[in-house]
Design a protein around this ligand. Structure first.
Ligand code: SAH
Length: 232
């Protein structure tokens, strides 16, 4: 499976290879107890979850040594693969489902990963807390919500001048058009959209690079549920 990483120019050392193997096994074993992923075939997991998560490595900045948050991390995507390939990254994974957070805690232990904080909670609540607000160099998020809603959940965590990398595909253009008001309320601007091709016929991935330019009004994020009910 590691040839897929090599082909993209992402080098894995022996520790990383082993960590991905253990992560795969845990995902399959625990998936039988509770729903973590619909994808279980070895090759599918390696490409659609692991490789897709680390495509960020191909962008022009390094996350190693940086403080990163993954909003709606689920079973740990992209947080865990990113942490595996960036051992010096400090990463926070946040999700509203406690079972998924419990799973990642188990992964963290078995993979012996340091500098990971796992939070069971809603982005709307944590984005208002001084300990988490404007504390991250980068935020990432995959398969959580449409962009205009996602921005309200994510941007409060990001430092001024920090970046949000949104994992998108298919509806990237439409979502961007719908998000112009949200972008301005979140004092953010689109820097670039970088398109990647996954190997073989696994489709494409768009990385939207969004930068935070200034302070966001304290009323954001609104109460849990409100961003979804009336997205900006
Ligand atoms: N990022 C993962 C999981 C996507 S599923 C992946 O790509 O595989 C979406 C996840 O977002 C779910 O686990 C859900 O619990 C979480 N989520 C949705 N809205 C949220 C919110 N407002 N706060 C925290 N987590 C949220």
């Amino acid at each position: 499976m590691n040839q897929y990483f090599n082909e993209l120019g992402i080098d894995l050392d022996d520790t990383m290879i082993k960590q991905f193997e253990i992560f795969y096994q845990l995902l399959i074993d625990e998936n039988e107890k509770y729903n973590l992923t619909a994808i279980t075939d070895l090759k599918d997991v390696y490409i659609k979850h692991f490789l897709d998560s680390v495509l960020i490595q191909k962008l022009d900045f390094s996350m190693n040594g940086k403080h990163v948050i993954d909003i709606g991390t689920g079973a740990g995507f992209p947080a865990i693969p990113l942490k595996i390939v960036n051992p010096d990254m400090r990463i926070t994974g946040l999700d509203a489902l406690n079972k998924r957070i419990g799973f990642i805690k188990m992964v963290q232990e078995k993979l012996n990963l340091k500098d990971i904080e796992l939070i069971h909670g809603r982005a709307e609540d944590f984005g208002q807390m001084p300990k988490y607000r404007e504390k991250y160099d980068f935020a990432v998020s995959r398969a959580v919500a449409e962009l205009r809603l996602l921005l309200e959940l994510v941007m409060p965590f990001v430092n001024i001048n920090g970046y949000f990398i949104a994992y998108k595909s298919l509806k990237t253009k439409t979502e961007l058009e719908d998000a112009s008001y949200s972008l301005s309320e979140m004092k953010s601007k689109l820097i670039d959209i970088v398109e990647f091709k996954l190997p073989e016929d696994y489709g494409t991935r768009d990385m939207m690079i969004i930068q935070k330019m200034g302070n966001i009004n304290k009323k954001y994020p609104r109460k849990p549920g409100t961003p979804k009910k009336s997205p900006l």
